[in-house]
Structure formats: structure tokens, C-alpha cells
Design a binder for this molecule. Structure first.
Ligand code: ADP
Ligand code: MG
Length: 723
């Protein structure tokens, strides 16, 4: 037998069990060895029967001889009780099981047996109920670690229906010796520096630890392996990028300072630091690869604007990409405002619209600006698009804002120096290549900056985005009114509606977020079903609000099944203030700025992660109006209350993300798609020190010297793609 042997070859694995194992992802011996316990029961302390009276309620192991064993019918319940009398040198103990009459087949008077379980007492005396048991191997009477189910730290696995712990443990015990054949993949230097136990020991001990220290060493080693693969992958990407050459964009301090002085507000310290980090970084001749993180409303746009401006001062073009057309337009308008006094020509290119603005002249070549309708050229969208694309090619357009339409085949830049992407965490390898090919440079690549409002704590970011440098804006501009957040009791729902009506009367607008529909299998296949369900929930909420609660107000709705154009139209009306209440799924989560909205009402709040609730809340409070966030839930459990209460009193997105990471895990917080950590079986966000260590050791590692590391990363990538 070897590591690739099918589990079907194991003792007592038939067709049925084989199928169940494959449900758990266990097909080979290797899979089985990497199927780690999710917890342990510590039965390692063998106690003399006489001592048991001091151990009531505790988990203990007793080793004794069965004096008597028999089945009898329970007088009250109609189950069979198996009762045994067990003795050791110090005394006697009763042991009972319920509904397992077959026990008398395998346990007989005279057998020496370990019993592990909780001890208690009843009218007759000390008793152990339904303990795990295991016959003592006669050959090694004193060797405790020879046991599998008792008298040791016992592994507990997650199972599927119709399987028992005992069964799985028995299977693992058959193959555990093969752990000796696992090849070590880490270079010796790493094992030494990180102070790790050999992989063979770790695998053996994660299933059958000798003691708690043994287990701790095993856990550390295996967690390190999980994290290290991710760090190596990031490091590979980082090294590839750092081999590329980028144009050095000189920091034009004087002009930037003048520009900042002209702003109607002072930059926060965090904004200054972030801008400085970026502007220093782009001076280098290796491409910047940086993530700018900042809570909703922390002012990332202005930091982006400074970087864009500095690029133009270097005579290069820059782009700002947004995930949706609405957001692209919004950025375009913001930049237009910010740069109105400068000689910069701005272009907008999305799937559905094009616009262009040139320097101080305010001349709009083509566009949809209402006030300039008269100047609008009587040309089709297609020809206006061609126009903008031509300006991009010739270098006439300096800063181009757009959607992924910027990556289309016909777009070609003259000399692209900086690429900023909003609401995305990183650039894919493909995306980079496309942009590099379009940049107009033959030997260099542009600098890259991504921006996100998703608060990702630093340790976690190090794990997921080890290849990126980080700039974090962790401070809000002064003078923001905190949003008043309330978890509303169901019986106060009427009051909340009355409050909303009052707000609308005062001219404000309201978001209502419908509950997330949870499908058990939320794989990409069922994404469409999720959208369908969400659509249903949005439509019924919309019906209720528009017909019963607010028949006199203008209510609109938004869901993921609508076409982009429909969504944009609904958003545009809301933005103009022509709709009072917008009922929506989580699609409003990203970016859109509606300064006039003052109430965010969230149904089924417990279904969302705190970081996501925080994103919703960030949709309001974007002006000087006092804003409110109302949470509703039908789930009255302690945990839910506690989580939502924490959300009520916490305004810091990073703290909220941290809370969720600790209590729910990264998959729930950031979604499966981004979470390489979903592949972790042992490591969690609490393993900050191992994460730091793995990152440190991965940094600057020489892949040429250790080809097995590259190999491992490839295997990991293939596995992740499969799952
Ligand atoms: P986000 O980080 O969510 O993208 P924005 O860049 O859209 O945030 O900024 C939110 C609002 O705050 C904008 O209206 C912007 O003009 C304003 N703002 C940005 N920085 C400051 C500052 N330092 N002081 C005051 N207001 C600021
Ligand atoms: Mg933004």
C-alpha cells in the first residue's frame, strides 16, 4: 500500500462506505491522511476507579476488567439497556449503554477494556454512561498510545450520515504508518528557521497525538504549510512583476501641493500618507502593485486623483476603471470637478456611453451633459465612441475613466503610465497582460493601483494579497456625523416606517435592502437561482411597500436579474431624487453616491456579514444630513443579537471585519471567490504570527534553487480550480 492507493483497498471499505468517503473528498490514502480531525477528546488520563468520585462530570478513561455484562429491558422507555460491572485493583464501576444490545457480542466477561466517557452518579453509585470502549491489546498491556478510541487524545472527524467516528478512526489507524512515506517538501532551512516538526510527524500526530504538546507542534507545522503555499504563490507573482520595468513617474511636489492647497478641505493624515506612499512608489522603475484600502467615505477618490494628476504631469496617460457604468460616470463627474481649473483632458468610455472634456476650454466633443445639449454633435454613440478611442490613441485624452470597455480590442493608448481600478482587489495576470499590450510602451509596463472599500485587516491582507503593497486609509475626514444605527424590534416596525415617511417629507431618500437568499449550495451553477430568489423577495417587498405602506410615495426596485441598462436607469432616477424609496438586493453595495439618502433599512440583517452591513450603511451619511441605519431580523438567538449589537456601536469597518473573521471565518466574510483561505483546514485568522512568519520566509526566496516549491504552488492552483 502507498499514498496513492485507493481507500477501497482498505479493510472494511465496501461500496457504500467508499461512496460516503468520496463525499468527504477522500479517495486515496493520501486524502485520508489529510483529512484532519475537527476536534479532539482528551481521554489520555487513565483514572483508578476509586478516584472517580472526585471526577464527577469530567471526561475520563478507566481501564478495567468486565466482571458481568448483560442486556435488560428498560422499565420506562422501551429500549434495551446494556449494563456491565467493571473492576480494577481499586474498586468497581457500573457502565451502561442504551439501545446497543449487540455490545454483548463483542464485550464479554473477562475482557480487559478501556472505557472513555463522562462519569456521574445515581442512587446506586458511580456510573459511566455510553462510554467509548476499546479492548486492551494483550500484547502491549501498558502502551497507551496503542489505542485508537480511548485512553488517549482521541480525534473527532466530521462525518456524513451513516458513518461513525469509530469507523473513520479505524480507517485512519490502518494507514497512519504510511505517513512515514510522505516526502518532505520544505527546504531544510525553512523547517529550521520556522522551527517546525517534520511533515511525517505532523501528519501522524494530527490524528493520534501522544499528548497536547505533540498536537500543538503538528498543528503549527500543518498550518504553516497551508499558509506558506499561499505566500509562495504571492511571492512568485511579486517576483515576476518586479522583473518588469515601468516608467519612472517623477513626484511633481510643487504642482501637487498647489493642487491640494486649492481643495475645499484639508487632507486627512491617512490620505497624505497613502498619497505619499503611492507617489514615492511610482518614481521607481519597477511597476507599482499596490492596494489602497479605505472605508467607505474615507476619501480614496482624491488620493486617486492626485496620482492621476501626477501621471499627467509626467506626460503620460492614466486610466481609472470602475466595475459599473454608473460608478464610472460618477468618477468622471468627480474628476471633472476636481480638475476643472487644470489643463487636463478627460475621457469617459463605457459600454453604453462616451464623453470627453478638454482642459480649461470646457469644450465637450461629445456627451450627454444636459446643459451642453446644444453643442452635442449629431452623431451616433458608435461614432462618438470611435472619436474618444481616437483621442486615446493619439494621446489627446489624458485621463480616461471607464469600465472594462477600456480593455476592448479597439482601445490603444499612446503612453499609459498608471492604471487605477476601483472596487477590485487585484489585477489578474490576464488583465495585466492586456493592459501592458495596449499601453503604447514596448519595453515598460504601467504602474497598477487597486482600490477597495472592503476593510481587510492587515494580517488577512498579507495572506490573501501577499504580492501587493498596502496603503490603508484608516481615518475619516473630520466633521462627519456618525450614522445612527439601531436594531429595531419587530413591534417597532410601524414606528420605523413612520420615521421614514417623515424623512421623505423632509426631502430625504431611503434604501431598503432585502434579505440575502441563502442557498445551501451556492456554487456558480446556482448563482442564477439565487438571483431568481432574490428577485422574488425584492418584488414582494416592493409590492408591500408601494401598495400598503407607502402608496403615496415613489418606490422603485433593483435586483440582479435586471439588465444593466434597466439598473442604470433606476439608479439614475434615484440619483436625481425622483424616487423616494429604493428597494434592492445587495447590488447597491458598491460605490454609488447618493448624498441625499439618509436612511438605510436592512431586512434579514443577520444574513449579512458585518463588513457587508457596513458597506450598506456607507451608502448613507454622505452629506451633512443626519443619517440612520435600521436593522431588522426575525432571528432572536443570542449570537445574532450580540453580533448586531456590536455592529450598532461600532463604526470602524476594520473592527467589524475582524469580528466577523474571528467568529465566522473568511469565506463568510469575503465570499468564496476571493478566499484562498477557504482551502485551509487548520489555519485561521487567529494565526497571525504564523502568517507573519510564512510571509517573512517566502520573501525573496530563490525559486530556481527550490523547484519543488514552484511545483507545490502549481498543484495548489490546480486543486483550487477543481473545487
Ligand atoms: P471613498 O473612499 O468611499 O471613495 P470618496 O473619495 O468618494 O470616498 O469621498 C467621500 C466624500 O468625502 C467626497 O465627497 C469627498 O469630496 C469628501 N472628502 C474626501 N476627503 C476629504 C477630506 N480630507 N475632508 C473632507 N472631505 C473629504
Ligand atoms: Mg469610492
Amino acid at each position: 500500500m502507498h499514498l496513492d492507493t485507493s481507500v477501497a483497498a482498505l479493510n472494511r471499505v465496501g461500496k457504500t462506505l467508499g461512496k460516503k468517503l468520496s463525499h468527504l473528498g477522500i479517495r486515496t490514502v493520501r486524502d485520508l491522511l489529510w483529512y484532519f480531525p475537527f476536534r479532539y477528546e482528551d481521554f489520555s488520563q487513565t483514572v483508578a476507579i476509586r478516584e472517580l468520585s472526585q471526577k464527577e462530570g469530567e471526561l475520563v478513561t478507566v481501564r478495567g476488567k468486565i466482571e458481568l455484562i448483560a442486556n435488560k429491558r428498560s422499565p420506562r422507555k422501551r429500549t434495551i439497556i446494556t449494563e456491565a460491572l467493571v473492576s480494577d485493583d481499586s474498586g468497581q464501576l457500573r457502565v451502561v449503554w442504551f439501545g446497543q444490545p449487540f455490545l454483548t457480542q463483542s464485550l464479554r466477561a473477562g475482557n480487559s477494556v478501556y472505557f472513555s466517557g463522562k462519569v456521574g452518579s445515581d442512587m446506586i453509585g458511580m456510573v459511566m454512561k455510553s462510554p467509548a470502549y476499546e479492548k486492551v491489546h494483550q500484547s502491549t498491556p501498558t502502551d497507551r498510545t496503542d489505542t485508537t478510541h480511548t485512553a488517549r487524545i482521541v480525534p473527532m472527524y466530521s462525518l456524513t450520515a451513516g458513518m461513525t467516528q469509530k469507523q473513520l478512526r479505524f480507517l485512519v489507524s490502518q494507514v497512519i504508518a504510511l505517513s512515514e512515506n510522505i516526502p518532505e517538501w520544505l527546504p531544510e532551512t525553512i523547517v529550521e528557521e520556522a522551527d517546525l516538526v517534520p511533515i511525517q510527524n505532523a501528519i501522524r500526530a494530527i490524528h493520534f497525538p501522544e499528548d497536547s504538546t505533540d498536537l500543538l507542534h503538528a498543528e503549527k507545522r500543518l498550518k504553516f504549510d497551508e499558509i506558506f503555499v499561499l505566500q509562495l504563490r504571492a511571492e512568485m507573482i511579486r517576483q515576476t512583476i518586479k522583473r518588469e520595468v515601468a516608467p519612472s513617474l517623477i513626484f511633481h511636489q510643487k504642482e501637487i501641493k498647489n493642487f491640494v492647497d486649492g481643495l475645499p478641505f484639508q487632507l486627512t493624515k491617512a490620505q497624505k500618507i497613502a498619497a505619499w506612499e503611492i507617489l514615492q512608489d511610482v518614481e521607481k522603475t519597477t511597476p507599482m502593485n499596490r492596494l489602497l484600502e479605505g472605508d467607505v467615505g474615507s476619501g480614496k477618490t482624491i488620493v486617486a486623483a492626485l496620482s492621476l494628476y501626477n501621471t499627467i504631469l509626467n506626460g503620460q496617460q492614466a486610466i481609472l476603471m470602475a466595475p459599473t457604468e454608473i460608478l464610472a460616470k460618477q468618477h468622471f463627474e468627480s474628476l471633472r470637478g476636481l480638475f476643472c481649473a487644470l489643463d487636463i483632458s478627460l475621457g469617459l468610455l463605457t459600454g453604453g456611453s462616451v464623453e470627453e472634456k478638454e482642459g480649461q476650454s470646457q469644450h465637450i466633443i461629445s456627451g450627454q451633459d444636459e446643459s451642453l445639449k446644444t453643442k452635442k454633435q449629431p452623431t451616433s454613440l458608435a461614432s462618438r465612441k470611435r472619436n474618444v478611442i481616437e483621442h486615446i490613441r493619439s494621446g489627446g485624452a489624458h485621463i480616461i475613466v471607464g469600465t472594462h470597455a477600456l480593455l476592448n480590442g479597439d482601445v490603444q493608448f499612446k503612453n499609459l503610465g498608471l492604471v487605477i481600478i476601483d472596487e477590485q482587489h487585484r489585477f489578474g495576470v490576464e488583465q495585466r497582460k492586456i493592459i501592458r499590450d495596449k499601453s503604447g510602451h514596448t519595453t515598460t509596463t504601467p504602474h497598477f493601483l487597486s482600490m477597495t472599500a472592503t476593510p481587510i485587516p492587515r494580517t488577512f491582507a498579507l495572506t490573501l494579497y501577499g504580492d501587493l503593497d498596502l496603503s490603508i486609509i484608516n481615518e475619516m475626514p473630520a466633521g462627519r456625523k456618525p450614522i445612527k444605527t439601531r436594531l429595531v424590534d419587530p413591534h417597532n416596525r410601524g414606528k420605523a416606517y413612520a420615521f421614514i415617511r417623515e424623512q421623505v417629507k423632509n426631502g430625504r431618500q431611503v434604501f431598503v435592502i432585502c434579505p440575502l437568499i441563502e442557498e445551501k449550495e451556492s456554487h456558480s451553477k446556482t448563482q442564477d437561482i439565487n438571483y431568481q430568489l432574490e428577485k422574488k423577495s425584492v418584488l414582494s417587498e416592493y409590492k408591500k411597500l408601494s401598495e400598503t405602506i407607502f402608496p403615496d410615495l415613489k418606490v422603485a426596485y433593483l435586483h440582479g436579474k435586471m439588465k444593466t441598462k434597466e439598473k442604470d436607469d433606476v439608479m439614475a432616477l434615484f440619483q436625481k431624487g425622483e424616487t423616494n424609496v429604493l428597494v434592492s438586493t445587495s447590488v447597491v453595495e458598491v460605490g454609488v453616491d447618493i448624498p441625499n439618502a439618509s436612511v438605510m433599512m436592512i431586512e434579514g440583517a443577520e444574513r449579512f456579514g458585518l463588513a457587508q452591513l457596513h458597506q450598506f450603511r456607507g451608502r448613507v451619511g454622505r452629506s451633512n444630513h443626519q443619517s440612520y441605519c435600521f436593522l431588522f431580523t426575525d432571528n432572536d438567538t443570542e449570537t445574532v443579537r450580540e453580533r448586531l449589537a456590536f455592529f450598532e456601536k461600532t463604526t470602524d469597518g476594520f473592527l467589524l471585519a475582524e469580528y466577523d473573521l474571528q467568529t465566522r471565518g473568511p469565506g463568510d466574510v469575503y465570499g468564496t471567490a476571493q478566499s484562498g483561505m477557504m482551502q485551509f483546514r487548520l489555519a485561521t485568522m487567529k494565526d497571525g504570527s504564523i502568517i507573519q512568519l510564512a510571509r517573512k520566509l517566502a520573501r525573496d526566496i530563490d525559486f530556481a534553487q527550490f523547484p519543488q516549491l514552484k511545483e507545490r504552488v502549481k498543484e495548489w492552483e490546480e486543486k483550487v480550480h477543481l473545487e
